[in-house]
Design a protein. Structure first.
Length: 523
């Protein structure tokens, strides 16, 4: 991982303290915060654990007697390098602020977890892997939302109807069969190669959409590209579950979801390019080529999953069919609503509310960005309090407010959409962890591929139903109200049938797997 050091520079914190004897004793204790320390000499401390590649805290003490007793002038210096390739610059300010905090006086410093940190203290390897996966999630987010953002402009260019759009969006989902094949291969050949290959392949195939002479070409190229990007997204979640501590898997999913949302947002930011002319939307299909060097860099730094390596020589374990049926049915119910609700949004805004491409971009950014709050809060609550209640509340609240948005106009449309994105986003980390958690390592890719395949069938059914219902009812709002039955039924399943998996090791949930220590001693 030496190459990653060129990305994250050494940061420095300098504190000047004037303390009494008790304060000096506090400063001379090893800390137990974001970084846990151990003493390496008098007034010299190194990292025992924490998300750092390098860490050293040193003290220089000058003592002066005073009438009230000894006073100590303490020069404290901390140097650290985060184990976060590509993303370290984002966390250095908050880590610097946390390390600059004076610990509370007392014999032992209690573990303090800042709001932005995972519930479990990360080791360097876990932090590095999560950062690299976030980089791939950024790419996956852009690729996964591209057809959704551009379909209405491509259809207008090719003079296609709402039904043709729905049919194209449904047909594109056939690419999930390719995703299933790649995830099955990842169970045999490893995660790393398939991750990097899926990312690079999806970028290259996506770029061919810029040359599409018609909706059929665009749909065909996106079928392959979406298959590859779907495999990428699935493998990102699998590797995260296999590498992160048991008490922070939902946190990891929330951070990955935020990274993917940033990638999706980049597609939205670029959407005004569609207003440049009838073919302006084609530019958005070329932009991902700029990410190829980034993908290559991740490929050089990303290690193979520890759990895959521990179990690769074992006979494949059996999949719990009850769990598989439960999660597959859940994916179908959720996707029947979520796919049309998201993929017809631009069409709804453009044709039913008269939005331009620039105004669609503004609306999407303004109403989707607050969803990051729901993702972050949902991830922490799912790890600390449990998955089921967070997931059920997010499903019911998100579906209700989304339908309200499709039935509204003016400020009510903006408000309902923003609130719906916040509440619904909490389900991403709360329920997104179940797929990787509930299946053994040797079958994790295959099981999640099957679940996604069934979910895509649900999204295709929902898109076709939404297109037909909107044509028959004259608007998309009533169609969304009918399809909202899916997430409401799923919320009932989550509360009554789903197991609670928070704080449980993957080997506890899947006893046939070879035990792997959640906190490896080194990178």
């Amino acid at each position: 991982m030496a190459a990653a050091r060129t990305i994250v520079a050494v940061a420095r914190v300098v504190n000047q303290h004037r303390v009494d004897d008790a304060g000096l004793a506090t400063l001379r204790r090893p800390r137990a915060g974001v970084v846990a320390e151990h003493a390496t000499g008098p007034d010299d401390f190194a990292a025992a654990s924490g998300p750092v590649r390098e860490y050293r805290r040193t003290l220089r003490v000058a003592t002066r007697p005073t009438p009230a007793g000894a006073a100590h002038e303490v020069h404290e210096e901390i140097r650290f390098r985060l184990a976060l390739p590509y993303w370290g610059w984002l966390f250095v300010p908050v880590v610097r602020r946390e390390l600059g905090r004076l610990p509370p006086a007392g014999a032992d410093e209690p573990r303090r977890t800042p709001w932005w940190a995972p519930p479990d203290r990360f080791e360097p390897r876990a932090a590095s892997v999560l950062a690299l996966l976030c980089t791939l999630a950024l790419v996956s987010g852009y690729l996964g939302t591209l057809i959704t953002q551009t379909i209405t402009f491509a259809a207008d260019r090719f003079d296609a109807s709402d039904r043709a759009q729905g049919t194209t969006l449904a047909a594109v989902r056939i690419g999930v069969v390719l995703a299933l094949g790649l995830t099955v291969l990842a169970d045999r050949r490893g995660r790393r190669l398939l991750l990097v290959g899926s990312a690079a392949g999806s970028i290259l195939v996506t770029a061919t959409g810029a040359l599409a002479p018609g909706l059929v070409w665009l749909g065909a190229s996106q079928t392959v590209a979406r298959g590859l990007s779907t495999a990428l997204a699935l493998l990102i979640g699998i590797v995260a579950a296999e590498e992160l501590p048991a008490g922070s898997r939902a946190y990891g999913v929330s951070v990955l979801a935020l990274s993917a949302a940033l990638g999706s947002g980049m597609a939205v930011w670029a959407l005004p390019l569609a207003d440049l002319g009838p073919d302006g939307w084609r530019i958005l299909y070329v932009i991902p080529l700029a990410a190829l060097p980034l993908v290559a860099g991740v490929g050089r730094r990303l290690p193979e999953s520890r759990r895959f390596r521990a179990n690769v020589t074992h006979a494949p374990a059996r999949v719990d069919r009850g769990r598989l049926r439960l999660l597959a049915a859940s994916g179908f119910l959720a996707s029947m609503f979520l796919a049309p609700a998201s993929q017809f949004q631009n069409e709804f805004l453009r044709t039913e509310r008269g939005f331009s491409a620039a105004r669609i971009s503004l609306f999407t950014i303004a109403t989707s960005t607050p969803g990051g709050i729901g993702v972050a809060v949902g991830g922490r609550l799912a790890d600390v309090r449990g998955r089921r209640l967070v997931g059920a509340v997010g499903l019911v609240g998100g579906a209700t407010l989304t339908v309200a948005a499709y039935l509204s106009s003016g400020w009510a449309l903006w408000l309902a959409s923003a609130l719906g994105s916040v509440i619904a986003a909490a389900t991403v980390p709360a329920l997104g962890v179940y797929g990787p958690e509930l299946f053994p390592t040797s079958q994790r890719g295959r099981a999640n591929g099957i679940i996604t395949l069934v979910g895509v069938a649900g999204s295709s059914a929902g898109l076709l139903a939404a297109g037909a219902l909107s044509d028959g009812l004259g608007a998309l709002g009533p169609a969304m109200a009918v399809l909202a039955a899916g997430p409401l039924l799923l919320a009932l399943l989550v509360i009554t049938v789903y197991p609670e998996t928070a704080h449980r090791a993957l080997e506890d949930l899947n006893p046939g797997d070879e035990p792997v220590e959640d906190r490896p001693p080194g990178p």
